[in-house]
Ligand binder design. Structure first.
Ligand code: ADE
Length: 224
Protein backbone atom coordinates (compact mmCIF):
# COMPACT_ATOMS: atom_id res chain seq x y z
CA UNK A 1 0.00 0.00 0.00
CA UNK A 2 1.04 3.55 -0.70
CA UNK A 3 -0.09 6.50 1.45
CA UNK A 4 0.71 9.97 0.10
CA UNK A 5 0.18 12.88 2.48
CA UNK A 6 -0.08 16.53 1.39
CA UNK A 7 0.86 18.99 4.15
CA UNK A 8 2.13 22.51 4.75
CA UNK A 9 4.12 21.26 7.77
CA UNK A 10 6.07 18.22 6.54
CA UNK A 11 8.27 18.42 9.66
CA UNK A 12 5.31 17.26 11.76
CA UNK A 13 5.28 13.97 9.86
CA UNK A 14 9.01 13.23 9.77
CA UNK A 15 9.12 11.00 12.83
CA UNK A 16 5.82 9.12 13.44
CA UNK A 17 6.45 6.53 10.73
CA UNK A 18 10.15 5.93 11.42
CA UNK A 19 9.75 3.66 14.42
CA UNK A 20 8.34 0.38 15.59
CA UNK A 21 5.62 -1.34 13.55
CA UNK A 22 5.30 1.25 10.77
CA UNK A 23 9.05 1.29 10.31
CA UNK A 24 8.96 -2.48 9.90
CA UNK A 25 6.07 -2.17 7.43
CA UNK A 26 8.02 0.26 5.26
CA UNK A 27 11.22 -1.80 5.52
CA UNK A 28 9.30 -4.88 4.38
CA UNK A 29 7.94 -2.83 1.44
CA UNK A 30 4.40 -3.52 2.59
CA UNK A 31 3.82 0.20 3.03
CA UNK A 32 5.28 3.27 1.41
CA UNK A 33 4.57 6.70 2.93
CA UNK A 34 5.36 9.87 0.98
CA UNK A 35 5.15 13.31 2.52
CA UNK A 36 4.39 16.02 -0.05
CA UNK A 37 5.03 19.67 0.78
CA UNK A 38 2.14 21.79 -0.48
CA UNK A 39 4.48 24.76 -0.89
CA UNK A 40 6.24 22.92 -3.74
CA UNK A 41 3.03 23.29 -5.77
CA UNK A 42 2.25 26.98 -5.37
CA UNK A 43 2.86 29.60 -8.05
CA UNK A 44 2.27 32.45 -5.62
CA UNK A 45 5.13 34.66 -4.38
CA UNK A 46 6.97 33.62 -1.20
CA UNK A 47 5.47 30.12 -1.47
CA UNK A 48 2.10 31.41 -0.28
CA UNK A 49 -0.54 28.67 0.09
CA UNK A 50 -3.25 30.34 2.19
CA UNK A 51 -5.26 33.54 2.25
CA UNK A 52 -7.96 35.36 4.23
CA UNK A 53 -11.49 33.94 4.08
CA UNK A 54 -13.93 35.74 1.78
CA UNK A 55 -16.64 37.37 3.87
CA UNK A 56 -14.24 38.04 6.70
CA UNK A 57 -13.59 36.23 9.95
CA UNK A 58 -10.61 34.86 11.80
CA UNK A 59 -8.00 32.48 10.43
CA UNK A 60 -6.61 31.58 7.04
CA UNK A 61 -7.86 29.18 4.38
CA UNK A 62 -5.70 27.00 2.13
CA UNK A 63 -6.15 28.27 -1.43
CA UNK A 64 -7.51 25.93 -4.09
CA UNK A 65 -4.80 26.39 -6.71
CA UNK A 66 -1.75 24.93 -4.90
CA UNK A 67 -3.86 22.06 -3.53
CA UNK A 68 -5.34 21.20 -6.90
CA UNK A 69 -1.91 21.48 -8.57
CA UNK A 70 -0.59 18.99 -6.03
CA UNK A 71 -3.55 16.61 -6.27
CA UNK A 72 -3.58 16.62 -10.08
CA UNK A 73 0.20 16.10 -10.36
CA UNK A 74 0.05 13.18 -7.92
CA UNK A 75 -2.96 11.68 -9.70
CA UNK A 76 -0.94 11.54 -12.92
CA UNK A 77 1.44 9.12 -11.19
CA UNK A 78 -0.95 7.15 -9.00
CA UNK A 79 -4.52 5.94 -9.17
CA UNK A 80 -5.92 6.65 -5.70
CA UNK A 81 -8.66 4.51 -4.17
CA UNK A 82 -9.60 7.41 -1.91
CA UNK A 83 -8.65 11.08 -1.55
CA UNK A 84 -9.18 11.75 2.15
CA UNK A 85 -9.44 15.17 3.79
CA UNK A 86 -8.78 15.21 7.56
CA UNK A 87 -11.23 17.58 9.17
CA UNK A 88 -13.12 17.84 12.48
CA UNK A 89 -16.44 17.89 10.56
CA UNK A 90 -15.69 14.59 8.79
CA UNK A 91 -17.00 11.11 9.57
CA UNK A 92 -15.68 9.78 12.91
CA UNK A 93 -12.77 7.42 12.39
CA UNK A 94 -13.06 3.96 13.94
CA UNK A 95 -11.58 0.48 13.72
CA UNK A 96 -14.04 -0.62 11.02
CA UNK A 97 -12.90 2.25 8.78
CA UNK A 98 -9.28 1.33 9.51
CA UNK A 99 -9.99 -2.29 8.52
CA UNK A 100 -11.68 -1.20 5.30
CA UNK A 101 -8.95 1.28 4.33
CA UNK A 102 -6.16 -1.23 5.08
CA UNK A 103 -7.36 -3.26 2.07
CA UNK A 104 -6.83 -0.38 -0.39
CA UNK A 105 -3.79 0.07 -2.64
CA UNK A 106 -3.27 3.82 -2.74
CA UNK A 107 -4.54 6.57 -0.46
CA UNK A 108 -4.03 10.32 -0.70
CA UNK A 109 -4.43 12.20 2.60
CA UNK A 110 -4.86 15.96 2.68
CA UNK A 111 -4.05 17.89 5.83
CA UNK A 112 -5.85 21.15 6.35
CA UNK A 113 -4.31 23.94 8.33
CA UNK A 114 -5.56 27.13 9.95
CA UNK A 115 -9.31 27.34 9.10
CA UNK A 116 -9.22 24.48 6.60
CA UNK A 117 -9.26 24.25 2.82
CA UNK A 118 -11.34 26.04 0.19
CA UNK A 119 -14.74 24.32 -0.11
CA UNK A 120 -14.36 23.90 -3.88
CA UNK A 121 -11.50 21.46 -3.34
CA UNK A 122 -13.71 19.48 -0.97
CA UNK A 123 -16.57 19.51 -3.48
CA UNK A 124 -14.57 18.39 -6.50
CA UNK A 125 -11.54 16.40 -5.37
CA UNK A 126 -12.17 14.80 -1.98
CA UNK A 127 -13.83 11.37 -1.84
CA UNK A 128 -13.93 10.91 1.96
CA UNK A 129 -13.78 13.33 4.90
CA UNK A 130 -12.57 11.91 8.20
CA UNK A 131 -12.35 13.26 11.76
CA UNK A 132 -10.32 11.50 14.45
CA UNK A 133 -12.47 12.87 17.25
CA UNK A 134 -14.64 15.69 18.51
CA UNK A 135 -11.90 18.21 19.17
CA UNK A 136 -10.01 20.62 16.96
CA UNK A 137 -6.32 20.13 16.21
CA UNK A 138 -4.18 22.91 14.77
CA UNK A 139 -3.90 20.96 11.54
CA UNK A 140 -4.66 17.62 9.94
CA UNK A 141 -1.11 16.27 10.30
CA UNK A 142 -1.54 14.50 13.63
CA UNK A 143 -4.86 13.13 12.37
CA UNK A 144 -3.12 11.86 9.22
CA UNK A 145 -0.48 10.21 11.42
CA UNK A 146 -3.23 8.53 13.48
CA UNK A 147 -4.95 7.24 10.34
CA UNK A 148 -1.70 6.02 8.79
CA UNK A 149 -0.71 4.19 11.97
CA UNK A 150 -4.13 2.58 12.48
CA UNK A 151 -4.33 1.52 8.82
CA UNK A 152 -0.67 0.59 8.33
CA UNK A 153 -0.52 -1.92 11.18
CA UNK A 154 -3.50 -3.79 9.67
CA UNK A 155 -1.91 -4.35 6.26
CA UNK A 156 -1.57 -8.13 5.85
CA UNK A 157 1.94 -9.21 6.85
CA UNK A 158 2.78 -6.14 8.96
CA UNK A 159 1.96 -7.49 12.42
CA UNK A 160 3.63 -10.63 13.63
CA UNK A 161 1.61 -13.23 15.47
CA UNK A 162 2.63 -11.79 18.83
CA UNK A 163 0.87 -8.49 18.21
CA UNK A 164 -1.96 -9.86 16.04
CA UNK A 165 -4.72 -7.34 15.38
CA UNK A 166 -7.41 -9.92 16.05
CA UNK A 167 -7.12 -9.44 19.81
CA UNK A 168 -7.18 -5.64 19.66
CA UNK A 169 -9.88 -3.59 21.28
CA UNK A 170 -12.80 -2.83 18.91
CA UNK A 171 -12.06 -5.70 16.48
CA UNK A 172 -15.15 -7.55 17.73
CA UNK A 173 -16.94 -4.55 19.26
CA UNK A 174 -15.30 -5.42 22.61
CA UNK A 175 -12.50 -3.73 24.50
CA UNK A 176 -9.36 -5.83 24.97
CA UNK A 177 -8.99 -7.76 28.25
CA UNK A 178 -6.31 -6.92 30.87
CA UNK A 179 -2.80 -8.22 30.18
CA UNK A 180 0.01 -9.20 32.56
CA UNK A 181 3.67 -10.15 32.25
CA UNK A 182 6.55 -11.10 34.56
CA UNK A 183 6.92 -11.19 37.51
CA UNK A 184 4.02 -13.34 38.64
CA UNK A 185 3.93 -11.48 41.96
CA UNK A 186 4.85 -7.78 42.03
CA UNK A 187 4.62 -5.92 45.38
CA UNK A 188 2.28 -8.64 46.64
CA UNK A 189 -0.06 -8.15 43.66
CA UNK A 190 -0.54 -11.48 41.92
CA UNK A 191 -1.41 -12.26 38.33
CA UNK A 192 -4.90 -13.87 38.03
CA UNK A 193 -4.19 -17.60 38.63
CA UNK A 194 -6.09 -18.70 35.51
CA UNK A 195 -3.39 -17.10 33.34
CA UNK A 196 -0.79 -19.36 35.00
CA UNK A 197 -2.94 -22.49 34.60
CA UNK A 198 -1.72 -23.48 31.15
CA UNK A 199 -5.34 -24.30 30.23
CA UNK A 200 -5.87 -22.40 26.97
CA UNK A 201 -9.60 -22.88 26.85
CA UNK A 202 -10.03 -21.52 30.39
CA UNK A 203 -7.73 -18.61 29.56
CA UNK A 204 -9.72 -17.72 26.44
CA UNK A 205 -12.97 -17.90 28.42
CA UNK A 206 -11.53 -15.66 31.13
CA UNK A 207 -10.30 -13.16 28.53
CA UNK A 208 -13.68 -13.06 26.84
CA UNK A 209 -15.48 -12.50 30.17
CA UNK A 210 -13.04 -9.75 31.13
CA UNK A 211 -13.55 -8.11 27.72
CA UNK A 212 -17.31 -8.13 28.14
CA UNK A 213 -17.05 -6.84 31.71
CA UNK A 214 -14.71 -4.02 30.71
CA UNK A 215 -16.87 -3.08 27.73
CA UNK A 216 -20.03 -3.00 29.88
CA UNK A 217 -18.30 -0.77 32.41
CA UNK A 218 -16.49 1.58 30.09
CA UNK A 219 -18.20 1.53 26.70
CA UNK A 220 -21.72 0.14 26.99
CA UNK A 221 -22.49 1.88 23.67
CA UNK A 222 -20.34 -0.73 21.88
CA UNK A 223 -22.57 -3.58 23.04
CA UNK A 224 -25.75 -2.18 21.49
N1 ADE B 1 -8.01 18.68 11.77
C1 ADE B 1 -8.22 19.43 12.87
N2 ADE B 1 -8.88 18.75 13.80
C2 ADE B 1 -9.10 17.50 13.30
C3 ADE B 1 -9.74 16.34 13.79
N3 ADE B 1 -10.30 16.29 14.99
N4 ADE B 1 -9.78 15.26 12.99
C4 ADE B 1 -9.23 15.30 11.76
N5 ADE B 1 -8.62 16.37 11.24
C5 ADE B 1 -8.55 17.47 12.00
Amino acid sequence: MKIDIITVVPELLSSPFSHSILKRATEKNLLSINIINLRDYTTYARAQVDDYPFGGGAGMVLMPEPLVNAIESLKKLTEYDEVIYLTPDGKSFNQQMANRLSLKNNLLLICGHYKGIDQRVRDHFITTEISIGDYVLSGGELAAAVLTDAIGRLIPGVLNDESSALSDSFQDQLLAPPVYTRPEVFRAWSVPPVLMSGNHQLIEEWRYEESVKRTKERRPDLLQ
